[in-house]
Design a protein around this ligand. Structure first.
Ligand SMILES: Nc1ncnc2c1ncn2[C@@H]1O[C@H](COP(=O)(O)OP(=O)(O)OP(=O)(O)O)[C@@H](O)[C@H]1O
Ligand SMILES: [Mg+2]
Length: 243
C-alpha cells in the first residue's frame, strides 16, 4: 500500500529551481533512502512535504489524502514527522523532557507524555541518558535525541535528515539498528544520508536527486550500477563521500 505519494512537486527559490517536478512514493513499511549531491534539493523536498515550505506546484498525498499546503503542525498531526539537519534541542531541558515536547503533540497529560517519551527513549537506546541535560550530549547523541523527539509525535512516516553525519562508525551502526527497530514498530521511513554504506544497507529503495530532479529510484544494487548516478554523485569507486 502506498503511504506517501508525491506528484510533480516543484519549488523555486528566486532564480534557483530547487525541486523540479519530483514524483516519488513511499510504501507502507518501506525504508527509502534519499541521496544526491550537496544542494540537490533533498532537505527542500522534506520541507515541501511537511509544510515548512510551500511548493509552487505538484501535490503530496498521505494515505490517499491531499496534504499539500497544510501547515506543519497539521501535517505532523496526521502522522508525518521530520527531523532537522541542524539539530536544536532545548539545551537546559533533560533528554526525557525534550522528548516529552514531541509527545505533547498527541496529549495534554504530562504523565502520558512522560510514558510515551520513556518508550521512545528505549526504542532509540537513549534510556540511560534520560536525566541528562541535552547540552551535555555529544553531537551524535544529540542527533539521536532529535530522532527521538520526532518519533514521540507518533508518526506513521518519519523523515530523517542526515541523522548519521558526523557520527563515529560505532554510532552509525547503532543508529542503523535504531532505525530498523523503528520500522519494525510499524513506522515507514525516508532517510536523507551521505553515509553511503549505512544508507545502502538500510534502504529497500534509493531515490537520487540531482539539481532538483529525480534522476533514479531503484534498489541499492541497481543504484550503484546506474551510470547517471555514478556520474552525478557516487563517483568511482563508491567510497569516501563527503558530508
Ligand atoms: N529557504 C531558502 N531560500 C533560498 N534558497 C534555498 C532555501 N533553502 C534551500 N535553498 C537552496 O536550494 C538548493 C537546495 O538546497 P537543499 O538544502 O534542499 O539541498 P540538500 O540536497 O539538502 O543539500 P545538503 O546535502 O547540502 O544538505 C540549494 O541551492 C540551497 O542553497
Ligand atoms: Mg540537506
Amino acid at each position: 500500500m502506498t503511504l506517501i505519494e508525491v506528484r510533480s512537486l516543484s519549488k523555486r527559490f528566486g532564480g534557483l529551481q530547487a525541486l523540479s517536478e519530483v514524483s516519488l512514493s513511499l510504501a507502507q513499511g518501506e525504508i527509502l533512502g534519499l541521496i544526491g549531491p550537496n544542494g540537490a534539493g533533498k532537505t527542500t523536498l522534506f520541507a515541501a512535504v511537511t509544510g515548512f515550505v510551500r511548493p509552487d506546484g505538484g501535490s503530496v498525498r498521505l494515505d490517499g489524502q491531499e496534504i499539500t499546503g497544510l501547515p506543519p503542525h497539521a501535517i505532523c498531526r496526521r502522522g508525518l514527522a521530520r527531523t532537522f539537519q541542524l539539530v536544536q534541542p532545548f539545551p537546559e531541558l533533560s533528554v526525557v523532557e525534550n522528548v516529552m515536547v514531541g509527545a505533547f503533540n498527541r496529549t495534554r497529560s504530562a504523565a502520558v507524555a512522560r510514558r510515551r517519551a520513556l518508550e521512545v527513549l528505549a526504542l532509540t537506546r537513549l534510556a540511560p541518558l534520560a536525566g541528562r541535560p541535552a547540552h551535555a550530549l555529544s553531537i551524535g547523541l544529540r542527533k539521536r535525541l532529535e530522532l527521538a523527539r520526532a518519533l514521540a509525535t507518533e508518526p506513521r512516516v518519519l523523515l530523517l535528515d542526515e541523522v548519521m553525519s558526523g557520527l563515529t562508525p560505532t554510532e552509525v551502526d547503532e543508529t542503523v539498528e535504531v532505525i530498523r527497530g523503528i520500522r519494525e514498530a510499524g513506522v515507514s521511513i525516508i532517510v536523507i544520508e551521505h553515509v553511503m554504506a549505512a544508507v545502502m544497507g538500510l534502504s529497500d529503495r534509493i531515490a537520487v536527486l540531482h539539481h532538483g530532479e529525480l534522476i533514479a529510484a531503484a534498489t541499492p544494487a541497481e543504484i550503484v550500477q546506474d551510470r547517471r548516478v555514478i556520474d552525478a554523485y557516487l563517483g568511482e569507486p563508491l567510497a569516501g563521500k563527503r558530508e
